[in-house]
Ligand binder design. Structure first.
Ligand code: ME8
Length: 660
């Protein structure tokens, strides 16, 4: 049966300090698959992601880039190849995207801070301790590892300033109870880490405001202070529902508590500070915090500073979005660390997608086409004397949805996929056992048995397709098209029983869903693409697509292009766009051309330059002035902005020279 009810799930909100890498993508894809799974079951889902945009690190980076912090984060969040574009590319189905610079969030944070202050949980004191700037984390001496930040291993700095403190210590017992006696935090191994590393040594009160930088949310009753970035960031999970603001009203509609999916290094914030904040506010703690593992590269966590970032754009463009999504979920047990490599990615695509799933689909659809013209005869669903292999296939399929459900509910998408692939492998074995091509030799007498075998294969494929949809939505849509599955036959309910596919579905072998990847070639291509991306360090340039319609040669030759030298250039009064050029075109009479390029050039820059113009266009009037020709320039788009450059030629080319 479909499930009803509300399911609210979140990813962490990402720091827009650098480009996102495949590790960030891992977490978002996993949360997306979980959200899609709950939607498939018929639940109402609210899926939140976003960006965490305040803090000293961002302020410093913006300064280095010569931008204001807001301009800096806008670029990374909204700009080309930014955060939003990446999630769109990866087909992430978030219902909401929060930026901590959004006005409603700012309003809520001030409300939250004030509320905790007014109830006596926030007080003023002096902060003395160590601060790790890259991690935006305060540490006590006892928490440091070899005098350095225990998270990133980098040096920490002494810090002392007037600050507000949150009475975290007051909530130590309740948090311990929550961790030890409920299944609030999973996997369970993370509970032991929290208890041993943070609760057993004793929880100290937490410094929750700063005065030494300004890029944060001001404490409204003491504006010299900005709210500690983690208090600001963690609250996003409720401010995005409308807690403390009027923008949304979902908090009051029963969407909280939800499930927070996070990486293991930020479990500390989510499993200790976050529930304590909620307790102070008198609000329920999350239903669950799930701390997934890291994707490692060469044994270390991916990070830009280590120079081993793997660009999700390049990987998705080379291998396909669904193949990348699938690989991330299939290969790495969600709660544990895993070693990422391009070889492993290609191997998974070739083995699971091209060989197992791809072959099952292409062989089955090809045989239905070849032996039955794409439509099986009615009555093929059942067979009066099922053979052992028929029974085994159906039995394995029968329990699949339940095994898959258990795995997904335990936040083990890798296990859910393992179950689906076990059926795919069983179905491929069924082809070898039943040998449809041998049955086809005895047609038409063998038609009923052959049709039954092919029906079983289509039906097993349909069931797998439904359960793979949360992981590879676009490809499964194509697959359903090929095996003739209607929308009613793609539902969770219909995945629970054998025989949902209509016997006479229209089957059509289509494009190869998952082409095999040539390992050597793909690795070489990837390396080149990575070199280009890193070498330029800039977002790629976009140019207009080339016209394909030919122009006949004589027409082209009638265009008269000449070198022209700029004698004078002025802005046209009352026009923001136009420059008026006086040009030497070699005829001895000045030529006047108007060009809409004022936004790209100062007039005085152009005097004395030799440009290219087409000189035999009919005269045109603009702003009361006559223009005789057109200057030629090159246009492209970069950083989302259109750029224009006039074509300038060597001074050795005299005014009036014909260009051909
Ligand atoms: O932590 N493998 O943001 P963030 C797996 N703004 N996951 C990885 C990873 C890797 N190699 N690298 C990063 C923050 N992640 C805060 C969150 S939430 C209120 C505030 C995961 O951009 C990481 O574990 O540094 C985290 O869950 C997420 O990416 C965002 O990291």
């Amino acid at each position: 049966m479909s499930e009803t009810g509300k399911f609210y799930v979140t990813t962490p909100i990402y720091y827009p300090s650098d480009k996102l890498h495949i590790g960030h993508t891992y977490c978002t894809v996993a949360t997306d698959a979980i959200a899609r799974y709950h939607r498939l079951k018929g639940e109402q889902v609210l899926f939140l992601t976003g960006t965490d945009e305040h803090g000293q690190k961002i302020e410093d980076k913006a300064r280095q880039a010569g931008l204001t912090p807001k301009e800096f984060v806008d670029r990374i969040v909204e700009g080309p190849r930014g955060v939003r574009e990446l999630w769109k590319l990866m087909n992430i189905s978030n219902d909401r995207f929060i930026r901590t610079t959004d006005d409603y969030h700012v309003q809520s944070i001030q409300y939250i801070f004030r509320k905790m202050h007014d109830n006596g949980d926030i007080y003023k004191g002096v902060y003395r301790g160590k601060y790790c700037k890259p991690c935006e984390s305060f540490w006590t001496d006892s928490q440091l590892k070899d005098g350095c930040c225990p998270d990133c291993g980098r040096p920490v700095a002494d810090a002392q300033e007037e600050a507000y403190f949150f009475r975290l210590s007051k909530y130590a017992d309740r948090v311990r109870d929550l961790l030890e006696h409920t299944d609030f935090l999973e996997p369970r191994s993370r509970v032991n880490e929290m208890v041993k590393n943070f609760l057993d040594p004793g929880l100290e009160d937490l410094c929750v405001s700063r005065t030494s930088f300004t890029w944060g949310i001001p404490v409204d009753f003491d504006p010299g202070h900005v709210v500690y970035v983690w208090v600001d960031a963690l609250s996003n999970y409720i401010t995005a529902l409308g807690y403390g603001n009027d923008r949304y009203h979902d908090y009051d509609q029963g969407w909280w508590p939800g499930v927070n999916i996070v990486g293991k290094e930020i479990v500390r914030f989510h499993a200790i500070i976050w529930p304590a904040m909620l307790m102070s506010l008198g609000e329920p703690v999350p239903k669950k915090v799930f701390g997934h593992g890291w994707l490692l590269l060469d044994g270390g966590k991916m990070s830009k500073s280590k120079g081993n970032v793997v660009d999700p754009y390049l990987l998705a463009e080379r291998f396909g979005v669904d193949a990348l999504r699938f690989f991330l979920m299939r290969t790495f047990p969600f709660g544990a660390d895993g070693s990422f490599s391009n070889e492993l990615l290609i191997q998974t695509i070739n083995t699971d997608l091209a060989n197992d799933l791809g072959n099952l689909v292409s062989r089955t659809t090809a045989m239905v086409g070849k032996y039955f013209d794409g439509t099986l005869p009615g009555g093929c669903r059942e067979w009066e004397q099922p053979q052992t292999c028929d029974r085994q296939l159906r039995e394995q399929a029968a329990g699949l949805r339940e095994r898959y459900r258990q795995a997904m509910d335990a936040y083990a998408p890798h296990r859910a996929l393992e179950e689906v692939f076990a059926l795919i492998q069983r179905a491929n074995k069924y082809i070898d056992e039943t040998m449809p091509w041998a049955l086809a030799k005895d047609l038409p007498g063998s038609a009923p048995r052959l049709a039954h075998v092919l029906y079983n294969l289509l039906e097993a494929t349909r069931l797998c397709g439904i359960l793979l949809t949360p992981f590879m939505p676009q490809s499964m849509d194509k697959l359903f098209g090929q095996i003739g599955v209607s929308p009613q036959q793609r539902t969770w309910d219909s995945a629970g029983a054998w025989g949902g596919l209509s016997e006479t579905a229209a089957v059509a072998k289509g494009e190869n869903l998952f082409p095999r990847v040539d390992v050597e070639q793909a690795l070489a291509e990837l390396e080149r693409a990575e070199q280009v991306a890193q070498g330029s360090g800039k977002p790629p340039v976009e140019v207009e697509p080339q016209l394909t319609q030919p122009v006949d040669f004589d027409t082209f030759c009638r265009s008269d292009f000449r070198a022209v030298k700029v004698k004078d250039c002025q802005r046209v009064k009352k026009s923001e766009k136009l420059l008026c050029f006086t040009l030497d075109d070699g005829t001895g009479t000045d030529r006047q051309i108007l060009s809409g390029i004022a936004k790209y050039y100062q007039p005085e820059q152009l005097v004395g330059k030799t440009l290219v113009a087409i000189v035999n266009l009919p005269p045109r009037k603009m702003m009361g002035l006559e223009s005789n020709g057109m200057l030629i320039s090159a246009v492209h788009t970069q950083d989302g902005e259109e750029r224009l450059n006039l074509i300038m030629v060597d001074d050795a080319i005299p005014a009036g020279a014909k260009l051909c």
